[in-house]
Design a protein around this ligand. Structure first.
Ligand code: GSH
Length: 278
């Protein structure tokens, strides 16, 4: 299993399952859902990305990439949400969140890798269509650049915080990427309850935070009816409530909705970009 080394003595001394996470992080949401599906006891450590707690020396000594989530099991650190949920399902097999058939399991792993590949696109669209209402102040950017060692993240933030923000063609491209993913998901879900058929699996859990995020941006999910039906079924699951909804902060959700409304009025909402504009 892909545990990584840490020199953090306090973390090495932890017992049980500990999750370093953030309420809005899609990668944290999928881990919280699996923990709930499995009925596991865990201790949460909130890493507030808005307050840049992921840029502290302490957090970077746990996850050298400075990203959430990071899970610690009996003093051993694991990062990467897809690896974490796979580990949880193999280590705590009841109830199973994978198909019994090996070919189906390979298909499930492909869907999970696809959800992970969509992370950059999801991040860019989130910053454009939800977070842009609060432009990052120069001093906050300077602090992040000075203290965070993940160059990919700091370069991304520099473009986002710049006067021009993300170039239009990049936004178009990332929306096309998400749209193509949704077309593929919609096709796979046609006539099926879950991505792998009758059994709810890690593939469904890997994807639902991404769909939820696009939903927050007011993406017209009704263009993908089978995906929309699947999303409605997942929303009924207690693990969705526990892993996604229960940690949402109402004023933040209202602010996102108001910003989407503002962009709709300005004619700059998601439906004006990429394939959605066609
Ligand atoms: N592939 C990683 C991606 C982790 C990641 O990108 N986490 C995001 C939240 S979902 C993060 O920490 N972002 C920091 C930031 O946006 O400043 C995983 O699946 O765990």
């Amino acid at each position: 299993m892909p545990f990584i080394d840490t020199q953090n003595r306090e973390v090495k001394a932890l017992t049980g399952i500990h999750l370093y996470h953030f309420w809005l992080s899609s990668c944290s949401q999928r881990v919280r859902m699996v923990l709930d599906e499995k009925g596991l006891e865990w201790t949460g450590h909130e890493i507030d990305l808005e307050k840049m707690e992921h840029a502290t020396e302490e957090f970077q000594s746990i996850n050298p990439k400075g990203l959430v989530p990071a899970m610690v099991v009996d003093g051993r650190v694991m990062i990467e949400s897809i690896d974490i949920i796979d580990y949880l399902d193999t280590t705590y097999p009841e109830p199973p969140l994978r198909p019994a058939d090996k070919d189906d399991e390979a298909e499930m792993l492909k869907w999970m890798a696809g959800a992970d590949d969509a992370q950059h696109s999801l991040k860019l669209l989130t910053h454009e269509f939800l977070f842009k209402m609060h432009k990052m102040p120069p001093e906050a950017l300077a602090h992040l650049v000075a203290s965070h060692r993940n160059d990919e993240l700091t370069e991304f933030m520099k473009v986002w915080a710049s006067e021009d923000g993300f170039p239009r063609d990049e936004i178009d491209e990332e929306l096309k990427f998400q749209h193509d993913c949704f077309v593929a998901l919609d096709g796979a879900l046609n006539g099926r309850q879950w991505l792998l058929g009758d059994r709810f699996t890690l593939a469904d859990i890997a994807w639902v935070p991404n769909v939820h995020r696009l939903d927050l941006m007011d993406y017209p999910l009704d263009r993908h009816p089978s995906l929309l039906g699947w999303y409605a079924r997942i929303k009924e699951r207690p693990s969705y409530r526990a892993g996604v909804l229960s940690s949402e902060i109402p004023p933040a959700m209202e602010a996102f909705a108001a910003y989407c409304e503002q962009r709709r009025a300005e004619g700059t909402d998601v439906t004006r970009f990429g394939p959605l504009a066609a």
